[in-house]
Write a protein that binds this ligand. Structure first.
Ligand code: MG
Ligand code: MG
Length: 274
């Protein structure tokens, strides 16, 4: 069942999204070679709790597996749901960080892929295409379009670049539950699926692989990897369907005040030095 939100509820979601964004900015300050995933996770948990909120993923259970941390931290070939460990980040890593928080009964949930130091041109291009695909999906989140329009926009943009679009994991509605109806796949046919109505709030979150779309899951029950071991990127926004133009409730601005987006790094590199 899909619950369309009132403006009051949307404001609550905007507040939750804002906290997640500011938490991700704290993460951005710590993403550098030598930092361990657990250290960064602890910073995020502390930040969320000192702002009268709770981490949304810590204790989240699927099929008897309980997620143990605040952030999902997914390095290189890990697509999503990576568990923070003592791994120390290395120059050239891609780090996808997904953050969820519950504030005043409403959830925030969004994700950003960071570059650790200088990354390869191939990985920067992957980040750029994934980011672009997210926005192409968001453009479709308007009154009268269908879920399949979002899915198709994401899929076609990424497959045109030869990338693998993960099919087994999807975006979702969000509100007083972390995961609500409808599901928002990153692949599908335009003009199909549920018709979108104003007040529908959802997370659009392309998970895009440099190689195969196939994934595997580690024995921990969480860590999802690209089956061919090639890197993966993940950007997620929280949006509300509006009559004319989708409204994005989340923001990458706090993050990008701290760090250059990975998808702009190559452009920066090409700037002639004086
Ligand atoms: Mg999500
Ligand atoms: Mg998420």
């Amino acid at each position: 069942m899909v619950h369309l939100k009132s403006e009051r509820e949307i404001e609550r979601l905007r507040e939750s999204a804002d906290l997640v964004g500011r938490t991700l900015a704290e993460v951005a300050r710590h993403v550098q070679p030598g930092a361990t995933l657990k250290e960064i996770d602890a910073v995020a948990e502390e930040f969320i709790r000192t702002h009268d909120a709770e981490p949304a993923f810590k204790g989240y259970e699927v099929g008897g597996n309980v997620f143990p941390n605040t952030l999902c931290m997914s390095v290189n070939d890990v697509v999503v749901h990576g568990i923070p460990t003592d791994y120390a980040l290395q120059e050239g890593d891609l780090l996808s960080v997904d953050c969820g928080a519950k504030l005043n009964g409403y959830f925030g949930d969004y994700a950003y892929t960071f570059a650790v130091g200088d990354i390869s041109d191939e990985d920067a291009a992957l980040c750029r295409t994934t980011y672009e695909a997210l926005h192409k999906g968001i453009e479709q989140a308007v009154d009268g379009r269908r879920i399949g329009d979002i899915s198709h926009a994401v899929q076609s943009h990424c497959e045109a670049q030869g990338y693998g679009v993960v099919r087994d994991l999807v975006g979702h509605g969000i509100g007083q539950s972390l995961h609500e109806d409808p599901q928002v796949p990153n692949f599908g046919e335009a003009g199909t699926g549920r018709r979108l109505k104003p007040g529908l709030t959802m997370c659009i979150e392309p998970m895009i692989n440099r190689g195969t779309s196939e994934i595997t899951t580690d024995a921990d029950g969480w860590t999802v990897r690209a089956a061919d071991g090639l890197p993966s990127a993940h950007y997620e926004h929280m949006v509300v369907v509006r009559e004319e133009e989708a409204e994005i409730l989340s923001t990458f601005d706090y993050i990008e005040d701290v760090t250059h987006p990975p998808y702009e790094r190559n452009a920066l590199k090409e700037t002639p030095t004086r």
